[in-house]
Design a protein around this ligand. Structure first.
Ligand SMILES: Cc1ncc(COP(=O)(O)O)c(C=O)c1O
Length: 383
């Protein structure tokens, strides 16, 4: 049987990982500034995470949501404490798309409405409603098309006001990434998020903060939306939540009331997933990783400002992007093959850095030296 060929692959087989490093089957070491797409939050194979999962595995790995799973409450307590959203409610699921699906559905259950406001360059996942509010027609199958999704320009307050003035009574929710990831590391303005909050309040719509990529401490705050100083009604989380163990969830404001069977899942919130997610939060707290994300992020952005050729350095914490001009278009590839450094990208010309929140200064320094070297080579080849 062949694998369904939907991913363009780098010809590398990774067999081992530790902290911010991975090794291939030939023993070659790579610095990982991509984290398998923003998933590695506390570092690969962190010993506490490994131990917690191993210990849990020996007790019980899975039982469904038809019985009490005290680990879920422990996770909710810890999440409430670290995120500051103590009075929110937690629903656990398995992936970012599923988290957004549940958030959008819950909003519609809550206010009985159908329309969703999303923004240009958004990415919210590949499943039915999540892909309908994703601004990329290539991912949208005919069956996913719906008039219920509306796209407004990102960070355009006037367009948002106009939309609410016209259709405010029909809008169920507004969904927005605090920092767009797949769209190219675009930071939502604090004033824009505040405006979403006030318009949602005024018109009875819900504000959904997609924190799948920009959340879980990556920005230096637990949710990057928190920079705006207002709360969302629902936060969606995945990626960094399990440090590679598939686990996701939504935080739901106290004014949204649950009803039996309105949401559900077989695997969501299983024992192993909770153990992995608890281990992640324990390490984030113990090792002060949000502080590290702020510090190393600042260092990287300041150093990148001095790197010739690249432009428009942006982001928060350890979610950083910059534009690469056409004459340096091989930079990402050369960083990987010549310098053995994984970075992320966003089409057409953005390099994205999404390392572990535990990235060390010496690794950041190595990256800066490497990028300078590769740019020098590319520039010399051009002359
Ligand atoms: C902001 C955002 N939302 C949702 C998703 C979808 O998450 P998943 O791939 O786990 O379904 C992603 C994935 O990249 C994302 O970046």
């Amino acid at each position: 049987m062949n694998l369904f060929d939907v991913y363009p692959l780098n010809d590398i087989t990774i067999v081992k990982a530790k902290g911010s490093y991975v090794w291939d089957d030939k023993g070659e070491q790579y610095l990982d500034l991509y984290g398998g797409h923003a998933v590695i939050s506390i570092g690969h194979t962190h010993p506490h995470w490994v131990q917690r999962i191993q210990d849990q595995l020996e007790k019980i790995a899975f039982y469904s949501n038809s019985i009490h799973i005290p680990l879920q409450q422990q996770l909710a307590d810890k999440l409430g404490k670290i995120s500051g959203k103590i009075d929110y409610q937690l629903f656990l699921c398995n992936s970012g798309a599923e988290a957004n699906e549940n958030a959008l559905k819950l909003a519609s259950f809550h206010n009985g409405r159908k329309k969703i406001v999303a923004f240009t360059k958004s990415f919210h996942g590949r499943t039915s409603l999540a892909v309908a509010v994703t601004d990329n027609k290539n991912y949208l199958a005919p069956v996913n098309e719906t008039d219920n999704a509306m796209f407004l320009p990102f960070n355009d307050t006037q367009a948002l006001e106009d939309c609410f003035a016209k259709q405010g009574k029909e809008i169920s929710s507004v969904i927005i990434e605090g920092i767009q990831g797949v769209g190219g590391i675009n930071v939502a303005d604090d004033s824009f998020l505040k405006k979403i909050r006030s318009l949602c309040d005024e018109h009875g719509a819900l504000y959904i903060a997609d924190s799948v990529q920009c959340g879980y401490g990556r920005s230096g705050k637990f949710f990057s939306h928190d920079f705006a100083g207002v709360n969302a009604d629902i936060y969606t989380m995945a990626k960094g939540m399990g440090n590679g163990f598939p686990v996701a969830g939504i935080l739901i404001a106290p004014h949204i009331k649950p009803k039996h069977f309105m949401l559900g899942t077989t695997f969501g919130g299983n024992h192993l997933a909770c153990a992995a997610a608890l281990a992640v939060l324990e390490v984030i707290e113990e090792e002060k990783l949000m502080g590290n994300a702020v510090m190393i992020g600042k260092y990287l952005r300041a150093e990148l400002e001095g790197v010739p050729g690249i432009k428009n350095i942006r982001g928060r914490g350890l979610m950083i992007g910059f534009d690469v001009p056409e004459d340096l278009k091989d930079l990402k590839k050369n960083l990987l093959w010549n310098q053995k450094i994984f970075t992320g990208e966003a089409k057409p010309n953005v390099i994205r850095l999404l390392p572990s929140l535990a990235l060390k200064k010496r690794d950041a320094e190595q990256f800066i030296d490497s990028i300078k070297e590769e740019i020098e080579i590319l520039t010399a080849e051009k002359v």
